[in-house]
Design a protein around this ligand. Structure first.
Ligand code: MN
Length: 139
């Protein structure tokens, strides 16, 4: 057993990966120094209203569980979908997608990722344009 007290610094999401203000707390990290055999990481991610990820994909997929607010998510080729607390979203391996807050609400989700054999968790793509973000959402 190893307890990590609440001393981990909140990290602001870099503009290379996010639009708007996003803050991440590391919930679970693979033990240092060697990541193998454990490859699972979990992050609590806070998206301020209007903030969202860039388009991206996860080599081994991703699960997000919404804990607060109202969020939006979209896979390539699909509609924008509204997600709320208690909703769980599975993004399949290498499925291009984005997720974030609604325009007028913040959104918090727990994100669970598994690194692949090359320790890659995510591959970042292009920003979500304002037009893409404003597409009509399915509730
Ligand atoms: Mn994702």
């Amino acid at each position: 057993m190893h307890i990590t007290r609440s001393s981990i610094t909140t990290v602001k999401g870099p503009a290379d990966w996010f639009t708007g203000d996003v803050y991440t707390d590391a919930v679970a990290a693979a033990p240092a120094p060697a990541p193998a055999p454990s490859r699972v990481t979990a992050n609590l991610v806070h998206f301020m209203p209007g903030a969202r990820t860039h388009w991206h994909r996860h080599p081994l997929g991703q699960t997000v569980f919404v804990t607060e607010g109202v969020g939006l998510c979209r896979r390539r080729g699909g509609p924008v979908e509204v997600v709320r607390p208690g909703d769980r979203v599975l993004f399949e391996a290498d499925e291009e997608h984005w997720h974030g807050a609604a325009p007028n609400r913040l959104m918090v989700h727990l994100a669970i990722n598994e690194a692949d054999a090359d320790h890659d968790v995510v591959h970042w793509l292009t920003p979500v344009t304002d037009e893409e973000y404003a597409s009509p959402a399915v509730d």
